[in-house]
Design a binder for this molecule. Structure first.
Ligand code: GDP
Ligand code: IMO
Ligand code: MG
Length: 433
């Protein structure tokens, strides 16, 4: 088994970056296949914190890092991120950037803000990084790709065509100032030159590596419930975080994928608007937020908190064909008694064990909870599953039963030492096949 997709099994921020960093020690290549600077993946290595937005979390182990065609890249923040890493002594020369990744421009960010303002109370709570408008341009076949930045004449032709339409929209619909071609052309030609050494055909690179037996980890951003098709539409992001997105966003076919691991917290968090059935708007939610440091890596927003929802985990397993689960933040539930797990919903008297057909029904879904005994203490490092208090062991086992997924990794803190690999997630457990 040599390829594994790591998928957020909830609404993002499950600890995908941390899990990727832990597994990266034994892989050859780490690939980001979707999303952009809306992602914020935090790694804590020897007590030092690293926040990655566009660079794959394999970077700290010096592995080959691929940014695939499914990503939307913001060159400005990407180059700043590289500079930040270089300054901390992290080499960045093994980054491979797809020529076919789409590029975020300042007008995408501006449109993201303007569209959110226009939505008013129906806002999505986006990260404001221009993600939706950049993917909209891609789908509308007017996007500008990384390769275009390397050819000033191509860039000029595409940009001037786009600005004609865009400036009309900005000036006549939103009543704000438009953009000047010369300004953007100069700026983005400069970015093109800075990016040039990294740009390559990453589909070729990856397929060759896989054919030679490389271990490849696909690091998802966001999560299943934010997936454009499989999430709580329209309260989603504009890409495909689910496992199928790894194929689309990298040019590696489904016959080359061996396993998919969902990543979840022992509870649930969501940043941004939209339905959240198990949300806790009380002191238990506040306790978890403070203890778990639940503030957005990208925007600093306080995250909304709720109990673990196994309807969501089963959905995630289904749509990504997950083969195991990584369960993070068991330490954060320490001190709570009882701890609750949602096993289904009641919606207008009817019981649902999977997601309802109408997304808006989730706003009124009442979770059906199972209560488990809590635990009062937790070790700060794990060397075996038995190091967990017996109640936490039972919690993990119950999550396995309710989700139908074997837990391959558990963690009790943000560092590598607090994360236990119970079995190799690259090796799909037979029961889940
Ligand atoms: P990602 O977007 O999925 O990579 O997750 P984020 O990095 O945005 O958020 C996860 C946060 O939880 C980060 O601050 C991690 O350092 C932290 N974290 C990961 N696993 C654990 C854990 O087991 N316990 C605690 N207390 N923190 C964790
Ligand atoms: P990581 O990779 C959590 C959320 C936003 C908003 C919705 C749409 O760190 O898990 P967008 O800016 O993408 O158009 O916003 O998606 N969102 C995330 N939530 N973690 C993320 O990334 C997210 N990226 C986007 O809050 O609700
Ligand atoms: Mg995050």
């Amino acid at each position: 088994m040599s390829t594994l997709v790591v998928v957020g099994a909830q609404w993002g921020d499950e600890g995908k970056g941390k899990v990727t960093d832990v597994l990266a020690a034994s892989v050859d290549v780490v690939v980001r296949y979707q999303g952009g600077p809306n992602a914020g993946h935090t790694l804590v290595v020897k007590g030092e914190k690293y926040k990655l937005h566009q660079v794959p979390a394999g970077i700290l182990h010096g592995k080959e890092c691929v940014i695939g065609n499914g990503v939307v890249l913001d060159p400005k923040t990407f180059l700043e991120e590289l500079e930040g890493l270089r300054k901390r002594g992290v080499p960045v020369d093994r980054i491979h950037l797809s020529h076919a990744a789409h590029v975020i421009f300042p007008y995408h960010q501006r449109l993201d803000e303007l569209e959110e303002e226009r939505r008013g109370s129906q806002r999505l709570g986006t990260t404001g990084r221009g993600i939706g408008p950049a993917y909209s341009d891609k789908v509308a076949r007017m996007g500008i790709r990384v390769a275009d930045l390397l050819r000033p004449e191509t860039l000029k032709a595409k940009l001037s065509r786009n600005l004609e339409q865009l400036n009309h929209l900005l000036e006549h619909v939103y009543g704000v100032e438009g953009y000047r071609l010369e300004d953007l052309l100069e700026l983005y030609t400069g970015y093109g030159e800075a990016l040039r050494p990294f740009v390559t055909d990453t589909a070729q690179f990856l397929n060759k590596a896989i054919a030679q037996g490389a271990r490849v980890l696909f690091e998802g951003a966001q999560g299943t419930m934010l997936d454009l098709d499989h999430g709580t539409y329209p309260y989603v992001t504009s890409s495909y975080p689910t496992a199928g997105g790894a194929c689309l966003g990298s040019g590696v076919g489904p016959t080359r994928i061996d396993a998919a691991m969902g990543v979840a917290k022992a509870y649930t968090s969501r940043v941004g608007d939209g339905p959240f059935p198990t949300e806790l708007k009380d002191e238990i939610g506040d306790y978890i937020r403070e203890k778990g440091g639940e503030y957005g890596t990208t925007t600093g927003r306080p995250r909304r908190i709720g109990w673990l929802d196994t309807v969501v985990l089963r959905h995630s397993k289904l749509v990504s064909g997950l083969t195991s689960l990584a369960l993070n933040h068991l330490d954060t539930l320490t001190g709570l008694h009882p701890v609750k797990i949602a096993v289904g919903y009641r919606i207008r008297g009817e019981v649902w064990e999977s997601l309802p057909l109408h997304m808006e029904d989730l706003f009124e879904a009442e979770p059906i909870y199972e209560e488990l005994e809590g635990w009062a203490e937790m070790p700060s490092a794990l060397s075996s599953f038995e190091d967990l208090p017996p109640q936490a062991q039972r919690y993990v086992k119950r999550v396995e039963e309710l989700s139908g997924l074997p837990v391959s990794m558990v963690s009790v803190g943000p560092g590598r030492e607090a994360t236990l690999v119970r079995f190799d997630p690259f090796a799909a457990a037979p029961a889940t096949r």
